[in-house]
Design a protein around this ligand. Structure first.
Ligand SMILES: [Zn+2]
Length: 172
């Protein structure tokens, strides 16, 4: 159990403010208060932004994998640790030379927030723990979120923009 995981669990479900700032600002700030972890803005918003998703160059293997219904995330070959898609290096050994590898796509729900835009749209945003260990922000599809909910990645292939994962409930 990492320090940051305890930070999240203490607070449980996060509901962000609904009436200030733009959608991305709300999400980032709402999460930051509760979770000292990477925010959607740090990831370039590529998994959580509204509208078509554009790659920014850093997450190419992630998007290439998503296009093929595979969850591909960074991994440190020497430490054998897995990381969220936006990771830039391994804190274990200090290398910034991470490889990319296919994860199972199984995960557990850690925390979530439902953001409300001024136009009335809602967007569920979740922090999930992959079976391989890393935590990542993602879109969530479930009517009954609860901490520890078993999830599985499903991939969305929109007409415009990059493919991306959503995490939905799975049977144990
Ligand atoms: Zn390492």
């Amino acid at each position: 159990m990492t320090e940051r995981s305890e930070g999240i669990k203490k607070h449980g479900p996060v509901v962000t403010p609904s009436d200030e700032g733009g959608p991305m600002t709300e999400r980032s700030e709402g999460i930051k208060k509760h979770a000292p972890v990477v925010t959607p803005s740090d990831t370039g918003g590529f998994m959580t932004a509204a509208g078509p998703i554009r790659r920014d160059g850093r997450g190419d293997p992630f998007f290439d994998g998503a296009a093929e219904d595979r969850l591909v995330v960074p991994r440190c070959a020497s430490c054998e640790r897995w990381f969220a898609p936006d990771a830039t290096g391994c804190p274990g050994c200090g290398t910034d030379d991470l490889t990319w590898a296919e994860a199972t796509g199984e995960a557990m729900l850690v925390s979530w927030a439902v953001t409300h835009s001024r136009t009335g749209e809602t967007a569920p945003l979740a922090l999930v723990e992959l079976a391989e260990g890393p935590w990542m922000y993602t879109r969530l599809e479930t009517d009954s979120p609860r901490a520890g909910l078993p999830l599985r990645a499903r991939f969305v292939h929109p007409d415009e923009g990059e493919s991306y994962p959503v995490f939905e409930e799975r049977d144990r």
